[in-house]
Design a protein around this ligand. Structure first.
Ligand code: ATP
Length: 595
């Protein structure tokens, strides 16, 4: 309970921080709207009584007050209507502000979060629940709270009015709603537990939906004729979690309908009671109308009050997921004593580095020690799954090792601010990004703080061999590339790869890492880049991962990784003499050409 109250408090804080002005407007309007219905009911009562008196007195003695009362009723009705519209408008504005604010928090967290989280399925479950709930739950808490206060105020006024008829009518009004309240609480908890349990299944159906509708899968889907198959998988997964949910809602609806019986019985009782009193002259026709309206309104308010209470309960269950996401800890940060990063000057040393992915049993990196000197070109080779890409992530401190150290010019990288440290690196990842932006922007993203550097962008594009292509596009470097938006031009995979290479060259980092950078380049482009490799990288230290041994042999030193450990290291000539793993991989690859 304490925890829920805490979440409730945190949510209101978010609502307040995101739009204090709109929150105040919302509260003021709700107070006004809680008073208006009672005013209307009382005015109607006076009006009916005055009309009854006028009917008895005859039409010639028409009372002027009737006209004024009719006008007053119409005015109150009008104010009620416009305050309702105004209230909707205020809520919409507030929701928008809150949505933007919550997305801001989610995105801030998502970009700062340790990369290792993206390797855990539980992370995606939390993320998916948080993104589903975060934009609207805090506002729902506020609206439920306001509606609770408004409902309570109106209910108290109406119950007081009904009390003047008879105390039992007031008690009945409250008592008949108790089953409904219990029901709402019970099912709120049930639905929450159910939805939490179903998150992996919901993500699975979202994945199948993407396979059926996404751009990337669209080609294989057609060629292999996978449409029907994935449709079946989607339907199975979707129905699995939605049908169970429907079952719970069906049960709740059935019990809710039964509880409606209590309410109908209560209304019947009050109707008979009021009718009898009116007929026997204890109350006037106006009072009869007033009590009936008050009872009907009272029922509505009580529903609103308890609906709001159970809504708040439900909100606090769901909002917990958002706070769980926002509270995820970042472990990759500067450890004490924090050291300022200086430009790379001497060497990077890896000492007994080991790393295991969460959930894996075997070490992906197993006791790796090596040194990279400033200005060296190092090639990292090895079979698939040897751990080459993982080592790059450790080097850039995207992951922290389980044991061992990385020293950057004698400083342990754990003492650096990770964002500052990463500025020393420029990387073309194996799964580099395609940005559906302009060609120039795609290159500029390598160093986003570097504005107005058109000549540098062009120079990077020339180095990676993509300048001519970009220049031939309808709007040159301003042409949008990709296939997502209007007026954009799609590129071939190899052309994208050249753009990614240009992006990495545009970044003024002393250390360049290229993870399989020529996989999709044509023979000419590859020759063009690697024959001038030293000129292109302009004296930077480079780590080159490649399965193409013609490119690898240009390196100053070659490190062979096998099953996460360094198996061999040396120059091309040394490794060939050694006749180990490198020798056999090299000769096998080159023998295909010799034939
Ligand atoms: P390739 O030459 O195929 O690119 P690699 O040498 O770059 O391979 P890595 O991508 O570093 O190899 O992967 C090394 C091992 O770690 C593989 O066995 C892989 O299954 C495992 N691995 C990679 N990423 C993850 C992950 N996110 N979670 C768990 N295991 C992973």
């Amino acid at each position: 309970m304490k925890q829920k109250l805490n979440l409730f408090k945190q949510s209101l804080q978010l609502v307040w921080e995101s739009a204090p002005g709109w929150a105040v407007a919302n509260i003021i309007l709700s107070v006004i709207r809680s008073i208006l219905p009672l005013l209307l009911v009382v005015l109607l009562k006076v009006l009916i009584d005055n009309i009854t008196t006028a009917v008895k007195a005859g039409p010639e003695i028409a009372d002027e007050s009737i006209i004024w009362l009719i006008v007053a009723v119409a005015v109150v009705y009008f104010i009620d209507e416009i305050s309702s519209d105004l209230s909707n408008w205020v809520r919409k504005n507030q929701s928008l502000k809150l949505e933007v604010y919550m997305y801001g928090l989610l995105h801030k967290k998502s970009i700062s979060l340790d990369l290792i989280n993206f390797e855990r399925p539980e992370y995606f479950d939390i993320l998916s629940r948080a993104t589903r709930e975060a934009p609207w739950r805090p506002n729902s808490i506020l609206n439920n709270l306001i509606s609770l206060l408004k409902g309570l105020a109106s209910l108290l006024l109406m119950t007081g009015l009904i009390f003047t008829l008879h105390w039992s009518a007031a008690v009945i009004l409250l008592a008949v709603n108790i089953p409904g309240i219990w029901l709402r609480f019970h099912y709120a908890a049930l639905l929450y537990d159910f939805q939490k349990k179903q998150t992996p299944e919901a993500r699975k159906s979202a994945y199948f939906n993407w396979l059926l509708t996404g751009d990337r899968p669209s080609r294989e889907l057609r060629l292999f004729g996978l449409g029907e198959y994935f449709t079946g998988l989607f339907r199975k997964s979707f129905l699995k979690h939605r049908e169970e949910e429907l079952l719970i809602i069906r049960k709740r609806t059935f019990i809710e309908m039964t509880s409606g019986l209590f309410k109908a019985a209560a209304l019947l009782f009050v109707l008979i009671f009021v009718a009898k009193r009116t007929v026997s002259g204890v109350i006037s026709l106006g009072e009869m109308a007033m009590f009936l309206l008050a009872f009907r309104q009272g029922m509505t308010y009580i529903k609103e009050v308890f609906g709001s209470v159970s809504g708040i309960y439900e909100d606090s269950l769901f909002i917990g997921d958002t706070f769980e996401f926002l509270d995820l800890k970042d472990n990759i940060k500067a450890e004490e004593p924090a050291v300022k990063v200086r430009d790379f000057n001497d060497k990077i040393v890896l000492e007994n580095l080991s790393f295991t992915y969460p959930g894996n049993r075997v070490k992906t990196i197993d006791n790796v020690s090596l040194q990279i000197n400033k200005g060296e070109i190092i090639a990292l080779v090895g079979p698939n799954g040897a751990g080459k890409s993982t080592l790059v992530r450790l080097l850039c401190r995207l992951y922290d090792p389980d044991s061992g150290k990385i020293k950057f010019d004698e400083c342990d990288i754990m003492n650096f601010d990770p964002a500052e440290y990463r500025k020393q690196f420029s990387v073309v990842f194996q799964d580099f990004m395609l940005y559906n932006l302009s060609a120039g922007e795609n290159i500029r993203l390598g160093d986003i703080e570097n504005q107005d550097q058109d000549s540098k962008i062009r120079s990077a594009a020339r180095s990676s061999g993509v300048d001519d292509l970009i220049a031939s596009l309808p709007e040159g470097y301003d042409t949008a590339i990709g296939n997502l938006f209007d007026d954009s031009r799609e590129l071939s995979w190899g052309e994208w790869q050249k753009i990614a290479l240009a992006r990495s060259l545009f970044r003024d980092a002393p250390f360049l890492i290229l993870d399989e950078p020529s996989g999709a380049l044509d023979a000419d482009a590859e020759y063009e880049i690697f024959s001038r490799f030293r000129d292109i990288i302009k004296g930077r230290t480079a780590l080159l991962i490649s399965h193409k041994f013609t490119n690898v042999s240009l390196a100053d030193r070659i490190i062979v990784l096998d099953k996460g450990a360094v198996a061999e290291a040396g120059t091309h000539e040394e490794l060939m003499i050694r006749e180990g793993i490198y020798y056999s991989m090299y000769t096998r690859q080159s023998s295909r050409f010799d034939k």
